[in-house]
Design a protein around this ligand. Structure first.
Ligand code: G3H
Length: 490
């Protein structure tokens, strides 16, 4: 068990003697009254007072752009970041272990999340060197010589999601930090403890007040921070509902920059010319990696009527071969779900589809044991069903048969989301005719492959309600800075 009684503020690891939140793992045990999640630790429920102290520390460290950190040379900021990488790497075993216990992510995926985060930080350092080279560029015009710079924006509030509590939090925190901003970061509710081993690494790597933590109930501490009007950038990965609520609280919304990655309902389209075994293996990865709990997961499959039977047969067979188990079991693919009421929610939306005419077409689909949910392939899904609209964020695969490609295009046009799409076809002409309609509706079109964010050097964003701003290395460095110039009359 990990009992955290400390938080990081203004360069100090401060003791916490107030109330704590208990952390329960999705892994548990069966007792006399059924399944019980295992208690794995506690963390501080700080109040608005500590959140405001953290904000004051970040404001003081920024000091209107005159602080040690925003004025530090890029080479020196990179040195601090390299020290952080070294200290963070020393905590790998503990953080990976906590990822497994806190959010039920398999050992392989947890280790990958950690290593991918280190790679992301290194890639950010390389990208910053590139941007710095461009920034020292001079432009001349009409008797003026201008030096273009990239300046930080101020205080950034970073909040990541439970599904990638380390990696996604850091995809905003790291670029924001290295560009010279000062940081408040609130770890996600599921996936808080795993940040604890990193507090000292932050403290020992960066000047005081540059990185500060905000612990406690999000609904209590974050609205107040926004209401101060002193947050310059909201970097949030999660639901559009929470993001909009937070944005609205800022009294000077025109002065707030938002960098957001939000809801998505990515579709896969299986045309009659698709390589079906390939489409199936990619859809399994897309729909069920980390139990479908990814913003980039495939959350809807359109299959051409002529190949629907064969596709569904292959898909059901592939699902039946996936290994269920605990996060540390060898070769495990499906693991327990961290959100406490998730199995009930998934059961409810599947029941709604069945009540409206669909069936579960795979054996054991939709069965629940403890915090496990056995993947359900639901067919045929129609507009009447909740599954058509709601982002299930779990192991439920809705499938819709289609005759004309205009049907999935119409779905995408009507959708409030616009993150990604996957198109499966072996006909080059058909593929090229489908790229244009989709690339103007979503921010990434995947051909014969699953939806995904990586590789992390690719731009990552979405249209409509799916995102604001662009993440991933070069773009993220731009998102957390602004171009300014020094113009000198010649
Ligand atoms: O939840 C959204 C993540 O950014 C997805 O990342 O596609 O690499 O799993 P991924």
């Amino acid at each position: 068990e990990v009992h955290q009684r400390e938080y990081l503020c203004n360069g100090e690891i401060k003791p916490w003697n107030g109330p704590v939140s208990e952390v329960y793992s999705p892994v548990g045990f069966f007792g006399a009254d059924g399944f019980k999640r295992k208690l794995i630790g506690t963390y501080p429920i700080c109040t608005e007072t500590e959140a405001n102290d953290a904000l004051d520390a970040a404001i003081a460290a920024y000091d209107n752009g005159r602080g040690e950190w925003p004025t530090m040379s890029i080479a020196d900021r990179i040195k601090c970041m390299e020290r952080f990488i070294y200290k963070m790497s020393e905590q790998r075993a503990l953080v990976v272990n906590l990822l497994m216990w806190e959010i039920g992510k398999s050992y392989g995926d947890s280790a990958k999340e950690f290593d991918r985060t280190i790679e992301y930080i290194n890639a950010t350092i390389d990208a910053l060197k590139d941007i710095d080279r461009q920034s020292s560029r001079f432009e001349m015009a009409e008797g003026l010589i201008a030096q273009i710079r990239r300046s930080p924006l101020g205080v950034v509030l970073c909040m990541g999601p439970f599904n990638y509590p380390l990696n996604e939090t850091f995809t905003t925190l790291i670029p924001a930090l290295i560009m010279g901003n000062t940081i408040l970061f609130k770890p996600p509710k599921h996936g808080t403890l795993l940040h604890y081993p990193l507090l000292r690494a932050f403290q020992e790597s960066f000047p005081k007040g540059v990185v500060n933590t905000v612990y406690g109930r999000g609904a209590v501490v974050t609205p107040g921070l926004m209401q101060t009007g002193k947050i310059n950038v909201l970097a949030f990965i999660g639901s559009s509902k929470v993001a909009n609520d937070l944005k609205k609280r800022h009294p000077k919304i025109n002065r707030l920059r938002a960098v957001l990655s939000l809801d998505a309902k990515n579709a896969a389209i299986i045309t009659k010319n698709a390589d079906l075994p390939l489409a199936v293996s990619e859809c399994i990865l897309g729909a069920l990696s980390f139990n479908g709990q990814r913003c980039t997961a495939i959350k809807m499959i359109f299959v051409h009527k002529e190949v629907a039977d064969e596709f569904l047969k292959l898909l059901s067979e592939a699902v039946s071969k996936l290994k269920f188990g605990l996060p540390w079991d060898k070769d495990v693919k499906l693991t327990p779900l961290p959100e406490p009421n998730k199995t009930e929610y998934l059961t409810e939306i599947v029941a709604d589809a069945i009540a409206n005419g669909a069936s579960i077409i795979n054996e054991n689909g939709g069965d629940t044991v403890a915090s496990f949910f056995y993947p359900a392939i639901v067919y045929p899904v129609t507009e009447k069903m909740r599954l058509y609209r709601e982002e299930q964020f779990g192991p439920v695969i809705p499938v819709i048969p289609f005759e004309s490609i205009e049907e999935p295009i119409a779905y995408q046009i009507d959708s409030p989301h616009g993150m990604q799409v996957s198109i499966f076809s072996n006909d080059a002409k058909e593929i090229s005719s489908l790229i244009d309609p989709f690339v103007n509706l979503v921010s990434r079109v995947n051909i014969n492959s699953q939806c995904q964010r990586g590789p992390d050097v690719f731009p990552f964003t979405g249209r409509k309600d799916s995102a604001e701003g662009t993440l991933s290395v070069h773009d993220a460095l731009r998102a957390f800075s602004i171009r300014s110039l020094v113009a000198t009359k010649m």
